[in-house]
Design a protein around this ligand. Structure first.
Ligand code: FES
Length: 291
């Protein structure tokens, strides 16, 4: 390869610097030269997330239906617990760890077992790296999408208050892993049916499948977490060379590649699982017993 003479090289560098200093004009809100339907994705995220937030809030505030437990189905000897109410620290189903609603709970304050636990999975999702990118676009247009004009002039990023609080995600991740274990136990209970004599037997109903898919989808989402990948992967700037860590890193990376997909599948299915258990408990749907 021939080298440029010094003078020619200096001129080339000047040209490159002049090119690099050209800055794009600031766009107005929603202005773009993108020819594709860039607005579809933020709109879909907005509708999907809003639907889930509205439904899960309503479900949390409605643990009972006609005075009966609406989050636990025990028809035909089944034992299906809604994931919105698990772990049930106190409550009316046999899954409650410490019995019924405590006496000291103020009468004027609505009580629901979901209030005691839903903050953990909600915090895990709210601070998730994928969801942050998605709802920053969908809910406060920051930006609306890549290369689309945004409604503000400054950008502080996540290095300053309040968004620096998002760094709490790694701690929610530890809690989320514990929830996977608890929901796996609930799924196992979904295969244990009580007969007329009060003895438990292995069985299979549609609800057993619904609960099992729920914990599988949530596990695929949780174990593909970016924070877990960092934790299991090893050091600050390089992957660990210790075999179990390297294998763990490969597994988490495998799920992490589809993190967005698992995020949405698990979100939909956990909501559907609550709907399924609730409608069975209300007598509107009938659980089909396969075995
Ligand atoms: Fe999405 Fe941790 S980054 S769950």
């Amino acid at each position: 390869m021939t080298s440029l003479p010094a003078r020619g090289l200096f001129q080339a560098n000047k040209n490159i610097m002049a090119y690099a200093n050209v800055s794009a004009p600031r766009r107005g809100f929603g202005e773009t030269t993108r020819p594709d339907a860039w607005w579809v994705q933020p709109l879909a995220v907005f509708l999907g997330f809003s639907t889930f937030i509205v439904y899960s809030t309503w479900a949390a505030f409605n643990p009972l239906h006609a005075g009966q437990c609406a989050y636990w189905f025990h028809g035909n000897g089944a034992d299906y617990q809604s994931p919105f109410f698990s772990p049930e620290i106190v409550g009316v189903s046999p899954h409650a760890w410490f019995g019924a609603q405590p006496h000291w709970w103020p009468a004027w304050l609505i009580f629901s077992p979901a209030f005691l636990v839903l903050w953990a999975p909600a915090g895990f999702r709210f601070t998730c790296y994928y969801y942050r990118g998605a709802y920053y676009k969908a809910f406060w247009a920051d930006p609306l999408n890549c290369a689309v004009g945004e409604p503000r002039k400054s950008y502080l990023g996540e290095r300053y208050f309040p968004l620096i609080i998002q760094n709490i995600h790694r701690y929610f991740m530890y809690l989320a892993v514990v929830f996977i274990v608890i929901l796996a136990c609930d799924a196992w209970d979904g295969f244990r049916f009580t007969d007329a004599a009060g003895v438990k037997h292995f069985g299979l109903g549609v609800g057993s499948v619904v609960l099992t898919l729920n914990v599988i989808f949530l596990a695929c989402y949780t174990f593909g977490c970016h924070s877990l990948r960092h934790l299991i992967g090893g050091f600050l700037d390089e992957p660990s060379k210790v075999t179990p860590c390297a294998k763990g890193f490969a597994c988490v990376s495998c799920l992490n590649r589809r993190h967005m997909m698992w995020a949405w599948i698990s979100l939909f299915w956990v909501g559907f699982t609550d709907v399924y258990v609730r409608l069975c408990a209300m007598g509107i749907w009938h659980d089909l017993r396969i075995l």
